[in-house]
Ligand binder design. Structure first.
Ligand code: PMP
Length: 405
């Protein structure tokens, strides 16, 4: 009889390779969190530069107080879906607050950002529709497409001309066409050319959904996301976001001006058949949204930190993949170098993300840093110094290897 795990043989051997490289992401244990930017990892004081905690709100006193109060008033969990167990007042209040903030007619909250994409995309598109997605889309977008049963068409990353060609080729095929792009792409830190995508979607009468998971709270005059920054919100039919990055909690949202949007509450299975977000998450996100509305310096500090790290890394000879953004990805020449650099940085008390193929665009081997408004300039400078020390050490090791070869 076949072992039910045999299908994972390629993953098992990949995991083995990663272990040999010393690059097992599950081996990193966070023993203690001191703040949004500091932790004790494997017994070492560490600066966190890989959290997506863009606004540093996980330790914001107002967010913590709101979560604590909700715990006292509503308990630890909702223990079911809204369709079965009912809606808590704070769910509705948060949806109304998001709708107001985003200037959208309606908003729905979900239990995670992953669920938000599943529910929105698989709720909006069905077997007779076509979903056109950027090739570098997040896994939740791919999974949502599968769940929808729609025809899936991938277009080249950030390439509106390729989208245009594919829509032209489709012609009358498919009842509705839903184009899905992200705002800020989480691996390389590049952004979608939204104005050009809007032109293409208008030309073909398609619908446009933008996943602002990494750009909400970060881009735009008031933090509404990349669509705000690009001045195209009116043309974005559906916006998706997560609570797990700039909002510092767990959950997600979807919003739209479509008058029938709330039908999704009865038609989107990933909304209907999973427990609604916990009261403490909802409450801390409500407070986080208020912080975003009231304190634009959160964004200015984040961007100042992003610029400082970007400049600093360029200054020591590294070449980030994209212009300045709160995600700074540095390519390294191969897996061994990337894993070695990642480990050396951790030994020096800097935690960034190690991103390796097949999880990266273009099979790049990346050290990925994400900045936070909660970082101080002093911390950013220490990170740059430690990157420089690691580069020097790797260069020496490379030279020694070359000498012995
Ligand atoms: N969309 C994008 C673009 C993401 O990067 C992520 C998470 N990394 C998600 C959706 C899912 O969000 P969550 O972690 O809240 O499930």
């Amino acid at each position: 009889m076949m072992d039910i795990f045999d299908k994972y043989a390629p993953f098992a051997s990949r995991h083995e390779q990663l272990l040999q490289l010393g690059a097992d992401p599950f081996a990193v244990r966070i023993d203690e969190l001191r703040s949004a930017t500091e932790a004790v990892i494997d017994g070492r004081e560490t600066i966190l530069v890989g959290t997506n905690n863009y606004l540093g709100l996980t330790y914001d006193p107002a967010c913590i107080a709101a979560a604590q109060e909700a715990l006292e008033r509503y308990g630890t969990g909702t223990t079911g879906s809204r369709i079965a167990n009912g809606t808590y007042g704070p769910h509705q209040e948060l949806e109304q607050a998001f709708a107001r903030f985003l200037k959208r007619r309606s908003c729905m909250v979900f239990s995670t950002g992953y669920q938000a994409n599943l529910a929105m995309i698989a709720g909006l598109a069905g077997p007779r529709d076509v979903v056109l997605i950027d090739a570098d889309s997040h896994a939740s977008i791919y999974d949502a497409c599968k769940l929808s049963g729609a025809t899936i068409v991938r277009f080249r990353h950030n390439d509106p001309a390729d989208l245009d060609r594919r829509l032209t080729r489709l012609g009358a095929e498919g009842e509705c066409k839903l184009v899905v792009v992200e705002g800020l792409y989480s691996m390389l830190g590049d952004t979608a050319p939204l104005q050009a995508f809007v032109e293409v979607k208008k030309k073909h009468g398609a619908w446009l959904l933008v996943d602002e998971a990494h750009s909400f709270g970060v881009y735009g005059e008031t933090g509404r996301g990349l669509a705000e920054a690009e001045g195209v919100e009116e043309e974005v039919d559906f916006v998706v976001g997560t609570f797990s990055k700039s909002l510092g909690a767990i959950g997600g949202f979807g919003a739209s001006n479509h008058p029938k949007f709330d039908l999704l509450r009865f038609c989107a299975r990933p909304y209907m058949f999973t427990a609604s977000p916990s009261p403490s998450s909802i409450a801390s996100v409500r407070a986080a949204l208020q912080r975003i509305e009231e304190d634009p310096t959160l964004r200015t500090r984040l961007w100042a930190n992003a610029r400082r790290l970007h400049e600093g890394l360029v200054g020591i000879g590294l070449r980030p993949c994209s212009p300045v953004s709160p995600v700074i990805a540095v390519p390294l020449p191969g897996e061994i170098a990337a894993a070695r650099a990642w480990n050396l940085l951790r030994e020096r008390g800097v935690y960034v993300n190690l991103a390796l193929p097949p999880g990266t665009p273009g099979s790049l081997c990346l050290l990925r840093a994400s900045l936070s408004a909660a970082h101080s300039f002093a911390q950013v400078d220490v990170v740059i110094e430690r990157f420089a020390a690691v580069v020097a050490e790797l260069t020496e090791e490379g030279a020694a290897l070359a000498r012995t070869a």
